[in-house]
Design a protein around this ligand. Structure first.
Ligand SMILES: *Cc1c(COP(=O)(O)O)cnc(C)c1O
Length: 841
């Protein structure tokens, strides 16, 4: 391309932008650093260098993103909109460098600044727009969709404040706001011209059109603007770049016109805050609902803006004819959080485009698909009818209409069974009638899926059994997965290197190939390399734990790790009881066969979840007592890592020997942390819960440390549960309880852990901690035995990585695509963007 060509600007826009390839990366970096950002010295933090590098790479993403979108549009592709209130993305730089295959060029370019990628990366804030597993799943899915060249757009909220930052003060969790945008977010591009209006409040009126048909109209609403910010999502070395579209709320200019006209100019402008509040903060509750009005506003804001966006694009291309809309679109609802989209699509089709109810319903129920994430009753969303009436009056009417027609269907299926109609109604009657959002999602969707085999089975046999009886074909399982790019190739370069030396590099894009590693599980030379990689990774974690917790871990000890949100069902408490048990044994001199361990726990508690916060305090107090006892430190060290997030996990999972997945059976829908650890060669100690079951099936029972009650027996156990008796009959547990009850870990804070202790001793303990203690301790003894034989352990470690092929989110997304979305992959060969390989030849 000549200089002149570069300047050709065709009326319809750039046909081909300036060349960006290998040869220009260094220059682009310098140009962005000196001119876009106006800097000339690299500061201590390398913040501006990071920004310049991000902009340099974004240029390359934007070029590919444009082509991806053109292809989707020109070829009239069927596509999926993935709606999620959470996307827990973490950092983007390293992932983009990996997926665009720019590592050597970036390394070269950074040499001019006397630094390297690993150091520049530290300046990037995590995009923490999610709580935990559900939000991280959405992020892994986006990576897999792009890598499989599937036309999928993510829709979410651009929270001004993401997941809070956690620090630990005197053993207690303290929350700090996560102002992640303060230093700028170089990856996003806003598109204010594509803003959408979202209605709130007001009232509904009837009118008759010129054909004499009755319509409803939502009037005098207080509208809020939804402004899109697009984040590019690169596929793995395939030139595809998809989009994550995040909505920011803003005031419309006429927001307070009346006040403005009354002369209250500043007051009117100040009212803008109300509109901007909607996307101000992520609700920090994982697996529980809080029923706050602002949260409902967020849900409707996301659903409405995203549906409008898809419909606007449809109308631009096809006009006002919706007959083929359902052939071209799927909306995948990540839990019930965006389930109001069912009613919103109906509203827009019926009210704005004047479709018949039946036509609109036909389209809606052919485009909506719902993923359930939990069976925990406290997480099942319900919104009061009165709140809906106030905030979303027209949506409430539509839900009533959906319900009336649905209950007629129920009456046909179960004639005369009035109780069945009450049980299945979208409206739960009572003092304060509530809308059951999961029921709305099921009724409005053509697909309902759980996230692991056991979870789906429990859904269809329990919570949703009547819906399953009505529509068995709607229900399906899609076991979760995690992306092997971020969670192995990127976060564990030393292991990736030795894997690639054996089986080539193709496993990164085709993770089923990881199974070939099995051939080397017995190879002594490979063992040495495998162990060396683990030791290197452990050293990185040692440094992190030293820096963040002030605790000295030792790479020659077993690294026993449980990191995840703090929740009673996840049973961090059971883990800490084992730690106390080990401490008790060491003090008694009973160290026969004991393998020295470093135990790491980490995770955030929802700010209002008192028991979870108490468990954090207990972990910290136990850690303090243990770590300052010189008699114990040769055998046991304990740390609580503050502010567990995606970036921390990137250092943690490669260094872990033992992955703790100890939830009460039937409570963890799938888990994905379990998969990250497995990929990185950790062995799992776990219950038969969620995807643990499938992990154990894949790797073989002999390579997994199983313990605990099974889901099918839980009800029986609860029926005559007597923990006091269990404690009395188990000297190990008795001793642990005695230490706790004597105040050994709260000498200056009497009574501090009474709630925790009483929970364990309660006949109604839903988590069955005392019940599972003995088998947990026994499994931990098996762990010690296995670890003592390093050859045996290394074999099992290799076999775990080798068996992790089906826990790639590429597998999960292929199944969504096959069974639910029915998308065809985009063409990855005819891209005009210059790639490395193009320019090399
Ligand atoms: C993977 C991940 C989770 C989910 O962990 P589970 O053990 O499945 O609960 C939560 N938070 C972060 C930061 C993660 O990376």
């Amino acid at each position: 391309m000549t200089k002149q060509d570069e300047q050709v600007c065709v009326v319809k826009g750039w046909q081909a932008g300036p060349v960006i390839d290998e040869s220009t990366l260094s220059d682009d970096l310098t140009r962005h650093f000196y001119y876009t950002l106006g800097r000339d010295v690299v500061g201590e933090s390398q913040l501006y260098l990071y920004h310049a590098l991000a902009l340099t790479i974004r240029d390359r993403l934007v070029a590919r993103c444009r082509e991806t979108n053109q292809q989707i549009k020109q070829q009239k592709r069927r596509k999926t909109a993935y709606l999620s209130l959470e996307f827990l993305m973490g950092r983007a730089l390293g992932n983009a460098v990996l997926n665009l295959d720019l590592e050597s060029q970036v390394t070269k370019a950074l040499q001019a600044y006397c630094t390297e990628l690993e150091s520049v990366e530290q300046a990037e804030h995590d995009a923490g727009l999610g709580n935990g597993g559900l939000g991280r799943l959405a992020a892994c899915f986006l990576d897999s969709c792009a890598s499989l060249a599937l036309p999928v757009v993510g829709y979410g909220i651009r929270y001004e404040y993401g997941m809070f930052n956690q620090s630990i003060e005197e053993g207690n969790q303290v929350e700090q706001p996560d102002n992640w945008l303060r230093e700028g977010h170089p990856w996003e591009l806003s598109a204010p011209e594509q803003a959408k209006r979202v209605k709130f409040s007001g009232y509904v009126q009837s009118y008759t059109d010129k054909f004499g048909r009755e319509h409803r109209q939502w009037n005098s609403s207080q509208d809020v603007l939804a402004v899109p910010y697009d984040v590019p999502i690169p596929g793995y070395k395939n030139n595809i770049v998809n989009t994550l579209r995040l909505w920011k709320s803003e005031a419309t200019d006429e927001f307070n016109l009346t006040e403005f006209n009354a002369g209250s100019y500043s007051e009117a402008v100040a009212q803008k805050n109300l509109a901007e509040q909607i996307t101000m903060v992520l609700y920090p509750n994982d697996s529980s609902e809080n029923g706050k009005e602002l949260r409902l506003r967020q849900q409707y804001f996301l659903s409405s803006a995203s549906i409008q966006d898809v419909l606007t694009q449809w109308i631009e291309q096809y006009g006002n004819d919706f007959t083929e809309f359902a052939q071209h679109h799927v909306f995948q609802l990540n839990d019930t959080h965006p389930s109001i989209a069912v009613a919103e699509l109906m509203r827009i089709l019926v009210d704005d485009h004047e479709l018949d109810w039946d036509q609109a319903w036909n389209i809606t129920t052919k485009t909506m698909a719902y993923t359930n994430h939990t069976l925990l009753p406290e997480a099942l969303e319900k919104w009061s009818v009165s709140l809906f009436a106030k905030l979303l009056p027209r949506i409430l009417e539509i839900i009533y209409e959906i319900n009336a027609r649905f209950l007629a269907e129920v009456a046909m299926h179960w004639p005369g069974d009035v109780q069945k109609q009450r049980d299945l109604s979208l409206i739960e009657e009572g003092g304060e009638p509530q809308i059951r959002m999961a029921f709305l999602a099921i009724v409005g969707s053509y697909s309902v899926n759980g996230v692991a085999a056991l979870h789906t089975q429990l859904l269809t046999a329990g919570l949703f059994k009547d819906f399953y009886a009505l529509w068995p074909d709607k229900f399906n399982n899609k076991t979760n997965g995690v992306t092997p790019r971020r969670w192995l190739a990127y976060c564990n370069p030393s292991l990736s290197q030795i894997i690639s030396e054996k089986i080539g590099k193709d496993w990164i894009g085709d993770f089923a190939q990881i199974g070939q590693l099995r051939r080397y599980y017995d190879d002594p030379q490979f063992h040495i390399k495998w162990q060396q990689a683990k030791q290197q990774n452990k050293q990185r974690l040692v440094d992190l734990v030293k820096q963040r917790c002030g605790v000295e871990f030792d790479i020659n000890m077993l690294f026993d790790v449980q990191v995840k949100r703090i929740h009673e069902y996840k049973r961090q408490l059971l883990n800490i009881l084992h730690v106390i048990h080990l401490y008790d044994r060491i003090r008694r001199g009973d160290t026969q066969g004991m393998v020295p361990r470093c135990v790491l726990l980490g995770g955030k508690a929802a700010p209002g979840y008192m028991m979870a916060k108490k468990i954090i305090k207990l972990i910290n107090n136990v850690a303090e007592v243990i770590n300052k006892d010189p008699q114990v430190s040769a055998f046991l060290r304990v740390a609580f890592l503050p502010n567990y997030n995606v970036t921390a996990m990137e250092t943690i999972c490669p260094a872990t020997d033992l992955s703790e997945q100890v939830s009460t059976a039937g409570k963890e829908a799938s888990g994905t942390g379990n998969m990250k650890f497995m990929m990185n060669g950790a062995l799992t100690i776990g219950t038969l819960d969620g995807a643990n079951i499938e992990i154990r099936d894949a790797v073989g029972a002999e390579n997994f440390f199983l313990f605990g009650a099974q889901a099918e027996h839980i009800d029986d156990i609860k029926a005559h549960y007597n923990p006091s008796e269990i404690i009395a009959n188990n000297p190990d547990l008795n001793s642990v309880m005695h230490l706790l009850e004597s105040g050994h870990f709260n000498l200056f804070e009497p009574g501090l852990f009474d709630d925790v202790i009483n929970g364990i001793k309660s006949n109604n303990d839903p988590w069955l901690t005392a019940h599972d203690f003995a088998s947990y301790i026994a499994a931990q003894r098996d762990v010690d035995k296995a670890y003592a034989d390093q050859t045996y352990w290394t074999q099992m470690s290799i076999l775990n990585t080798a068996a992790s092929g089906s826990f790639s989110s590429d597998r999960t997304i292929s199944q969504y695509c096959e069974d639910i979305w029915h998308l065809t992959p985009l063409d990855t060969t005819h891209q005009t963007v210059k790639t490395n390989t193009d320019t090399k030849s």
